[in-house]
Design a binder for this molecule. Structure first.
Ligand SMILES: [Zn+2]
Length: 270
């Protein structure tokens, strides 16, 4: 599943293999994969552009291009990018293809077809995608216990639901939120504002550990070059309902919080 460790892995690969190169043209195979502008304009606007950098904001991949443009790509649940020779067969799940120099293609793939891309002037794109409303990045070096405490203060919803709100904190998907709360020993149903200083410190450390481990193992999906990441999708509790908790052997429980599947240990998460 494409959560922040998977997206960050691809962004780092883009920095090493695509930044500095030229996009010769683009091909939209699935029109619904382009959020804006219209697919024909999207392809035209991306012709003869240089990729200047590769950044990430929450789960958005952001590629600044020559001509003061910004290309944004979002994987949704299972999307990914792959860099491949032009002659390699195109999988059925190919949504968009960018033709690069040196006879290579950057392809946006998604078996579910949910992944999306958009291009525009940076300020306009940020406004349309609501990028400026995103909260602090959990992977930012400035993310501290104090930042987490400030963001969670006065929030009356369940901590799990609050952690998934990217306006509060950018960086946790469903899997990584469940794993972080398990590691910190915090019940996902607790009110966010009820966490003590000690619990906030444990949660901060758990969030950093879960994300850093995911990136260290290069995520759970294939990277830009097709190499499978070594992180486990079902790490300790996520999607392991009724299996023993790795810490205390109590069967892991499942519930829906804010409409999202949630996994936790009723014994060692308080
Ligand atoms: Zn347990």
């Amino acid at each position: 599943m494409a959560e922040v460790p998977e997206v960050e892995t691809i962004v780092r690969d883009l920095r090493s293999a695509v930044v500095g190169r030229s996009i010769c043209g683009a091909e939209v195979l699935q029109p619904e994969a382009v959020r804006f502008p219209a697919p024909a304009e999207f392809a035209e606007i991306l012709t003869k552009r240089q990729v200047l950098a590769a950044d990430r904001r929450a789960k958005y991949i952001l590629l600044p291009l020559s001509g003061d443009l910004l290309l944004a790509i979002h994987f949704m649940l299972w999307g990914t990018l792959t860099l491949t020779p032009r002659t390699a067969p195109r999988p059925d799940e190919t949504l968009i293809v960018w033709h690069l120099d040196r006879d290579e293609e950057l392809r946006l793939l998604d078996t579910l077809g949910y992944a999306r891309a958009a291009v525009g002037e940076p300020a306009d794109l940020a406004e349309r995608l609501d990028l400026n409303a995103l909260g602090p990045e959990a992977l930012d070096p400035d993310f501290s216990v104090a930042v987490l405490a400030r963001q969670l203060a006065k929030r009356r919803s369940a901590i799990k639901t609050v952690l998934l709100n990217q306006r509060v904190l950018a960086g946790l998907g469903n899997r990584d939120a469940d794993e972080s709360l398990w590691m910190a020993g915090i019940d996902p149903q607790r009110t966010a504002a009820s966490l003590t200083d000690d619990e906030l410190a444990r949660l901060h450390d758990a969030i950093c550990a879960v994300l850093e481990e995911g990136i260290e193992l290069r995520g759970t999906q294939r990277d830009l070059f097709g190499v499978q990441g070594r992180a486990k999708h079902r790490r300790n509790i996520f999607e392991r309902t009724r299996q023993p908790c790795p810490r205390c052997q109590t069967p892991i429980q499942h519930l829906k919080l804010g409409g999202r599947n949630t996994h936790y240990c009723p014994t060692c998460q308080h």
